[in-house]
Design a protein around this ligand. Sequence first.
Ligand code: SF4
Ligand code: SF4
Length: 313
Amino acid sequence: VKELVVLSGKGGTGKTSLLGALATLAGNKVLVDCDVDAANLYLIADPEIRESHTFIGGQKAEINQQLCAYCGECLDYCRFEAVVSVASDVPDREPRFEIDRLNCEGCGVCTYFCPENAINMKPAESGKWHVSDTRFGPLVHGQLGPGEGNSGKLVTVLRKKARDEAESLKCDLILVDGPPGIGCPAIATLTGAGYVLLVTEPSLSAFHDFKRVAQLVRHFKISAGLCVNKYDINKSISGKIEKNAEENGIDILGRLRYDVDFTRAQVLGRTIMEYSTGETANNIRLLWKKLQKRLQSVDETGMNVNIADIQGL
Ligand code: SF4
Ligand code: SF4
């Protein structure tokens, strides 16, 4: 099973719309939405949830009020201002202490210093994840709760489930919608990927973020290709992005012009391939052919196994 990861470095480049288009073209595959902070692939895929799970991202402190002696040590030691002092309802009684779950980072320092052993660390629900059926095939997706962390851990859970699903259904491809940025979720998405498609747009901020994500891909030595979306809105920056990609060993796989058909298709909950037979749809077909060749030329860890096959494309 090979994983094709679609990454952008920056949100709003049209990455998910393009991934949806590729999902329409790819045959036997499993989809994964690793953009767990702002999952949106489901908007196009219209999933029917088959199974749901709770994601336990870490632990949170909890004070046993029966054991607490109101000494305030936990308040002093917590560096995240997660211990709050609450005035007691009982007159002349010391204020009690409570944990603000949103601020608690689960470091456990308060449990170490509490003289009464009144604080316990409890597993904390940080989000949900699902396996759904869609018209493109199975989709593994999840969503962190507001303010919750450990998105990299949730990405790892999703990718593992997608792999299990692909193996049991005998799919040879996992199509991954990656998160923006170069942080923990992007790293968790990239490790072990077969090939990375970088999608960007010609703006200065997108170019800046593209350079960072290209460095990340190079760091992990994963083969990658570039598609500049909306290239015609600033051909000068498009050229600079492609030049930078070439300098970093990233293949130029295609360019897509600004096309309002993407938006029209989205409004109808469709991919551009299901909506249009225009120039952009044709260019995406060409892009998909090149990606198939690239995927054939790498092993499951992204290493080139037969570069001669892809020369001349
Ligand atoms: S350190 Fe322990 S005993 Fe002291 S206030 Fe906190 S929970 Fe209560
Ligand atoms: S676990 Fe860490 S962050 Fe949470 S309340 Fe205790 S000291 Fe603060």
